[in-house]
Ligand binder design. Sequence first.
Ligand code: URP
Ligand code: ZN
Ligand code: ZN
Length: 482
Amino acid sequence: MSLVLKNATLITAADIFRADILIEGEQIRAIGQGLNASQALDCQGKMITPGGVDAHTHFDLPMPGTVSSDDHYTGHKAAAFGGVTTVIDFVPHPGADELSTKERGGLRVGVEAWRAKADPALGGKACIDFGFHMNITHFDEAVAQEIADLPALGITSLKVFTAYNGRLRLGDGEIFQVMRIAKEHGILTLLHAENGDVIELLIAEARRAGHCSAEWHARTRPAWGAVEATLRGAALAAQAGAPLYIVHTNAAGEVDQIQYAREHGLPVMGETCPQYLFFTEDHLRRPDGAKWVCAPPMRAAADNARLWQGLQEGTLQTIATDHCPFFFNGAQPILYEGQEIAIPGKELGREDFTKIPNGLPGVGDRLPVLWTYGVGAGRLSPQQFVALNSANPAKIFGLYPQKGALLPGSDADLVVWDPERRVTYGTAYAQHRTDYNLYEGWELVGMPEKVMLRGQWIVEDGRWLGRAGMGRFLKRRSGLVL
Ligand code: URP
Ligand code: ZN
Ligand code: ZN
């Protein structure tokens, strides 16, 4: 079967032009004028972009007392409705800290367990294509050896943390060693940059003083800790001779530090997320402030502005979501595909901000919201929109040009947009399996109308045509430094 999409306006990371796209099987075969195929779809008046690549998700992630409320089916479906055809999820480092590495079973066991949840080839329920990053949250000689195995498992990026003392954090010397080993094996190091010691002290003080509301989540995780840890990460990477990617960049000073590193020729890159572009610490002061609790937290309006500038000038290369949703009220079921479901959520922290599960929904919101409030608002060009949301993450994470591109030979992953469509956005529109949406009531102009994964329509005019089992595990190559 071949299909030609005719007369659309194509948007790539480099260009905007009118052309037809010829699709044969799972791939784009040709792009040009006057193309023909056994089937044709007139896309006059529509725009076509590559499918979105969200390089930062947490599906089915166990948290104290609960689990993130989208799994590798519901989260993939929500992503697809928002124009996303590829996600990269984080594999937790297996085992409790008191176990030895041998008892924990090692990184391979963690990858296999995560893959079994997602990979249809192993009984998992993915419905879009997906890859994995590996979290490294303890370090010893055995872990040092196991990192070398990751590329053979299709994993060419790992994440380390300078926060979450006693749980996820590595010491600076350990991070330095991980970076060196990662570099040797073509693996990119990702850094969660906050100051774990300061956070630990401030949280203890806040609790002693009886502060329990959501705003204290932000007040105990200061921006300076993120700024300092970003520079520390860049300096460690410089000494290790390794590239570095700062995840969920949130503070103005972090952008400054990434810029400083890059001006000094260091291969340091940065990702931000829509929540850090649109919201501030003030949102945590609302009665429903727990909805905005994620780590790192929201900052101030000046931080929003510097992040936009960082995207515009190229200091930041990607926008991801850090999708890690929880119910606002997990005691109240919602209807999901006709079934009632309730999963413990933000109410766990009603009396104690440290018990609010950290994380937000967003995987399906990113492209529609950024089309209107990024491109429509004149903050990003259409080409920057594609670069930041599709092409750059695909390049950095070793998936380009299979993903993130409209090119002959690329997977036929694409979004047909209706640029005129107006919606009042929110839970009624987004498909996340949770009971709230951060963009409730926002007016959007221009929406994904049809979404294609490897030559098959998975979303068509608001209808779900995808299914569990359609997604494929992506064994990634080493990526590029942008
Ligand atoms: O609050 C968040 N972002 N939860 C997910 C974990 C992380 O650090 O990305
Ligand atoms: Zn993180
Ligand atoms: Zn995350």
